[in-house]
Design a protein around this ligand. Sequence first.
Ligand code: ADP
Length: 278
Amino acid sequence: RPLTYQVTLRAIGTGSSLIASFEDMTHAAQAGQMRRDFVANVSHELRTPLTSLMGFIETLSGPARDDAKARDRFLQIMAGETERMNRLVGDLLSLSRVEADERVRPTTPVNLRDILQSTLRNLNPLAVDRDVLLRPSFGEDRITLTADADQLLQVFTNLIENAIKYGAPGKFVDIGAETSLHDPAMRGPAVRVTVRDYGNGIAPEHLPRLTERFYRADSHRSRALGGTGLGLAIVKHILNRHRGRLKIASTVGEGAEFTVILPMDSEAAPADRAEKLA
Ligand code: ADP
């Protein structure tokens, strides 16, 4: 489409500024389309549990009114659907918050190791529940970054929670952190945090789209596990704010590895860094 516009404009003999503005319009049209798709997706995601709730309310106030057993079961399902809607609304709010301050650089020095430890502590009950063993392999050393601690906690929570959910029961989830003075992706000092599971993995055609809102590689499994389809989109926005990157690698049948690469600030705590990275 943009190409067609360019050809037409050149034929008329107008300048490059007009060409540029037509391309901007194309971008604006694309942004508008994306917004409409997003609203349609949100509506659909909310309507599904709502329809189910309406059905159960109808049944409970009619045919199943005096059936105590059915009532208990239906109420349990309704609680589950309500919980799903609550999670979705929570993730939508997180997404809009992280998008809003994506351009505001974080300013607080944090110890990444503490953040990883808190994440593991919070998620251990879920791991135990799903018979997955969290296996951290990072040392005792401080890893100092300028970051938003709550947001990084959210990044690692989303990644490790996915590894537990999509990983295999009875297997490990490995969590590692390594610093380097010359990370090739960051062209400078950086830390790489890897989260690896040994589940079914992800087919290569899905990899480039995983951080899109509501994109799911295995829709049925995601829904069955209570996923909102927004976790990796939130991760992407938070990493953008931190000038970080996300790399995803997977072999189907062998598991998946998510690597977060974060630049390490050169000004903050130089003594600390010299000691760690030398
Ligand atoms: P969801 O709430 O569906 O888990 P996410 O945005 O966190 O949404 O992830 C998007 C999709 O990426 C998931 O639906 C799932 O198909 C896939 N995915 C994410 N992490 C993993 C993993 N560790 N192993 C296999 N698939 C994964």
